[in-house]
Design a protein around this ligand. Structure first.
Ligand code: HEC
Ligand code: HEC
Ligand code: HEC
Ligand code: HEC
Ligand code: HEC
Length: 251
């Protein structure tokens, strides 16, 4: 275990660098002229349509130039509202790309792996059969403005997983612990990769590559919400890391 402790201690240095790089990257605004963005940003402040558009501003999707039309359809080159809205349907219309049951498929165009795992789990089955399972936006916020952390996850899961509703009330606390472990494992791997800084082909590089695959599997399995299996996959990740040679001194 002391090897892992050492890696963790060194990782503190990297966090600082990581935070700096992240804020530098997210500062840029890539969105050029897009009629959806343009017109919606001019709608009366406080109106439903303005509020919705506003929640996109500053989101991870805006930062990566994923504009309104990519999720809602329509024609982003048409300046006139009627023309632009051809194909745009409200969220209560069952054939809309943002009708709750269609959301996993809409997101799946770009997030295929998460969507695929999601469709293999209980949540999707419930969503399909009773409409009572969560979908992507339930956890990622309206128009995807957040990624839950182990701190704000519990409140979201408790909307359904509570004593009153009786749907596996143990889930929120257990999920919190698993997500925390997942996050720590990610930080640990990043730190180990920096610390060992091994050229490709060496045994150490292979071990790290193997650990990366283990972690990737665990991370993907998150969207199936089989918590025991994620824990099992993370255990494999830790077992792999134990194969590393003694750590070099902090660089
Ligand atoms: C010239 C202004 C204008 C443009 C361009 C425009 N919108 Fe709108 N949009 C509006 C207004 C105003 C509303 C409020 C409802 C209405 O009048 O139809 C609205 C409503 C919406 C709604 C809610 C629909 C509903 O039925 O609840 C969505 C979604 C939407 N717009 C998306 C888009 C997308 C995507 C684009 C680009 C392809 C776009 N808009 C381009 C002005 C515009
Ligand atoms: C047109 C492609 C596209 C569509 C459609 C799309 N996304 Fe994204 N999404 C991206 C890109 C690009 C990023 C930023 C880079 C990355 O993390 O992959 C991103 C980032 C994210 C992130 C943050 C990932 C992180 O690492 O912080 C989440 C969560 C997310 N999307 C969820 C969704 C959900 C939910 C939907 C459906 C409502 C959706 N996305 C639809 C392209 C898309
Ligand atoms: C029940 C809650 C929940 C649902 C439903 C959900 N997610 Fe997530 N999602 C999360 C949490 C929590 C994380 C953060 C996991 C982590 O830190 O690795 C996450 C992470 C992500 C990420 C970022 C992964 C990365 O690289 O860090 C993407 C993209 C994403 N989700 C897409 C989706 C899509 C698409 C759907 C619908 C098919 C969906 N999610 C449904 C809770 C959910
Ligand atoms: C990553 C996908 C995504 C992007 C990008 C996105 N939206 Fe949305 N939007 C959704 C989803 C999913 C819903 C339905 C669920 C909800 O209400 O949050 C929604 C709901 C809405 C609504 C409410 C419509 C209704 O019928 O309830 C409006 C208005 C809207 N979006 C406008 C926009 C505008 C304008 C932009 C660009 C500035 C935009 N959206 C960008 C996914 C997206
Ligand atoms: C919109 C309601 C809703 C939300 C929000 C929700 N779930 Fe669920 N969840 C369900 C339903 C419904 C089931 C299936 C219950 C059944 O099979 O009877 C389920 C089942 C599960 C199971 C399977 C439990 C088992 O032992 O088999 C897990 C794990 C789970 N959810 C995790 C989560 C997590 C983690 C969150 C929060 C990030 C969350 N859920 C949020 C509705 C929800």
């Amino acid at each position: 275990m002391s090897r892992l402790d050492h890696v963790l201690a060194c990782s503190l240095v990297f966090y600082g660098v990581l935070a700096l790089a992240h804020s530098a990257l997210s500062a840029g605004n890539l969105t050029g002229e897009n009629s959806c963005v343009h017109c919606h940003s001019e709608l009366p402040a406080g109106s439903f349509y303005e509020v919705k558009s506003h929640s996109w501003v500053g989101s991870i999707h805006q930062q990566h130039d994923v504009t309104c039309d990519r999720c809602h359809g329509g024609n982003p080159t048409a300046a006139e509202e009627k023309q632009a809205h051809i194909g745009v349907l409200g969220s209560s219309d069952p054939s809309s790309s943002v009708y709750f049951k269609n959301i996993p498929a809409t997101c799946g165009r770009c997030h295929g792996a998460e969507s695929y795992k999601f469709t293999q789990g209980l949540h999707y089955k419930m969503l399909e059969s009773t409409g009572k399972g969560p979908e992507c936006v339930t956890c990622h916020g309206s128009m995807v403005t957040r990624v839950l952390t182990s701190d704000n996850l519990v409140a979201v899961c408790e909307r359904c997983h509570n004593e009153r509703m009786g749907i596996f009330p143990y889930v929120p606390q257990k999920a919190k612990a698993v997500l925390l472990l997942l996050r720590e494992s990610k930080a640990l791997l990043a730190a180990a990769e920096k610390l060992y800084n091994s050229p490709g082909g060496t045994e150490t590089a292979q071990t790290l590559g193997h650990a990366e695959v283990d972690l990737h599997d665990a991370k993907l399995d998150w969207h199936k919400f089989d918590l025991d299996n994620i824990t099992k996959l993370l255990q494999e990740f830790y077992d792999t890391l134990e194969d590393l040679p003694p750590a070099p001194p902090c660089r």
